[in-house]
Design a protein around this ligand. Structure first.
Ligand code: BES
Ligand code: ZN
Ligand code: ZN
Length: 452
């Protein structure tokens, strides 16, 4: 998608909301595209309308012109945000490996808007491009997007004030990251701990935002093998890592003055003679021992070491994103992420960032009385439980043991990050959605403003 600002009438396809048309329907009369919507049209409604309009042109390509005005209920800023993001969602093509992908037709979004909005349009286009990239990463197959390929992607961003390092198996073992190491033991693909540091001029020195992501480039379940049906979707089990990498890139591109430390644990959960097993006891880098009950509960293991690394390397405010539990997607479906937080002030920031960005989230409880369900007879804690209920909460209680002191939040994005069926609201196809990128950019922006 390309985005341009124009003033005055153009002869391209012009789009407008038509409240006489049933919600979600499209009609095309000559060069005018009408998009049905429920009244009132809020930001998300406009995003959805823009997405549907763009989707209509996906096969042919072309230019869609929307008019930004100051007459409606939405501010000009809200309209720009919604139209650029929505058009990108609808224009996105998931068939990365289909014939003709490289020559797919271009969709251009022309905003009939005052020149003064240009900077905002460029900001939104940057965020939209990064969402597209996160979707591409999630949709790439696991034989292509290995942990090393993900590390190369992160290392190749080439943005000012951003430095990226990544470390393989020997380093992970030398650091005592026994939990992370065990998960990837059966894979011939080297695991990678990807560490990105963004240190821009003008950032408050006492605050470092720690972004932590789960990146299982494939999760077979390991010895506790998953069922075959739908297993191919576990290529999307790296969506948390993709979101934090692309959000980091967006924040750096926008030059937001906030220090970042981004840590991604990338590996593959397979079976083989080196595989870790139920009954094993692992020692994580913070010294805690973990009894393995289920090798499919591997996300909390890789995050244990990644969270400890982020905290002990100076992150003051930590947020992790992970496709962590099927239980959370059963609870909330594919629309909302469920999140947890150990600090109410930090929770307020996250709530506000979620609401403004459009990445929907719902806060769930942490409570020390859940901890007994992950008590182990043989080790400090265990990675699964005979107690079947509250699976997403038990996973969060597990992570809490590794998040150290200070504000920490955990977003379980198993539902909305990689969807099994297409979702009509943003004309989303099945697959990666880029969930979390715009939420994290918004969060960083709020922190930059608060400290600047
Ligand atoms: N990656 C899965 C969670 C998942 C499931 C993400 C469905 C997206 C869609 C995770 O590693 C997992 O398998 N979790 C187990 C934990 C259980 C064994 C305690 C689960 O949710 O079943
Ligand atoms: Zn798993
Ligand atoms: Zn997983």
């Amino acid at each position: 998608m390309r985005v341009v600002i124009r003033s005055g009438n153009s002869s391209d396809v012009r789009a407008r909301i038509d409240t006489d048309l049933p919600a979600g329907e499209l009609a095309r009369d000559g060069v005018e595209l009408r998009v049905g919507a429920d009244e009132p049209v809020d930001g998300d409604g406009l995003r959805g309308a823009a997405a549907r309009a763009a989707r209509m042109l996906r096969r042919t390509g072309g230019t869609i012109a929307w008019q930004i005005d100051d007459a409606g209920a939405l501010t000009e800023e809200e309209q720009v945000r919604a139209l650029v993001e929505g058009t990108a969602y609808g224009a996105y093509e998931p068939g990365l490996f289909k014939e003709g992908y490289a020559d797919r037709p271009e969709i251009e979004l022309a905003l009939d808007a005052p020149e003064g909005l240009r900077r905002l349009v460029e900001r939104q286009a940057t965020v939209a491009r990064r969402i597209d990239n996160a979707r591409d990463l999630a949709n790439r197959p696991p034989n292509d997007l290995t942990p090393v390929a993900l590390a190369e992607h992160a290392g190749g961003l080439g943005l000012a004030h951003l430095s990226t390092e990544s470390f393989g198996r020997a380093w992970i073992q030398a650091q005592g990251m026994g939990a992370f190491d065990a998960v990837g033991a059966a894979s011939a693909n080297e695991p990678q701990l990807i560490v990105m540091r963004y240190d821009p001029p003008g950032a408050a020195s006492g605050t470092t935002l720690g972004l932590v992501g789960k990146a299982l480039t494939f999760d077979s379940g390991g010895v506790s093998l998953k069922q075959a049906q739908g297993m191919q979707d576990m290529k999307g089990d790296m969506s948390g890592g993709a979101a934090v990498i692309e959000a980091t890139a967006a924040i750096a591109e926008l030059g937001l003055p906030v220090k970042l430390l981004t840590v991604v644990a990338a590996t593959e959960n397979l079976q083989g003679s080196n595989a870790y097993r139920p009954g094993d006891i692992l020692t994580a880098s913070n010294g805690k021992t973990i009894e393995i009950i289920n090798t499919d509960a591997e996300g909390r293991l890789v995050l244990a070491d990644a969270l400890h690394y982020a905290r002990s390397s100076g992150a003051t405010h930590v947020i992790d994103l992970a496709t962590l539990t099927g239980a959370m997607s059963v609870a909330l479906g594919d629309l909302y992420a469920g999140w947890f937080c150990n600090d109410d002030a930090w929770a307020e920031e996250i709530e506000a960032a979620s609401r403004t960005s459009g990445d929907l989230g719902w806060r769930f409880p942490l409570h020390p009385r859940y901890r007994r369900y992950i008590d182990s007879d043989y080790a400090d804690l265990k990675n699964g439980s005979e107690y079947r209920e509250a699976g997403a909460i038990l996973a969060a209680e597990f992570l809490r043991e590794f998040a150290g002191e200070g504000p920490w939040a955990h977003l379980d994005i198993a539902g909305p990050a990689f969807i099994r069926r297409k979702r009509p609201d943003y004309a989303l196809d099945a697959g990666g959605t880029g969930y979390g990128v715009r939420l994290l950019v918004e969060l960083a922006q709020r922190m930059a403003v608060a400290s600047g």
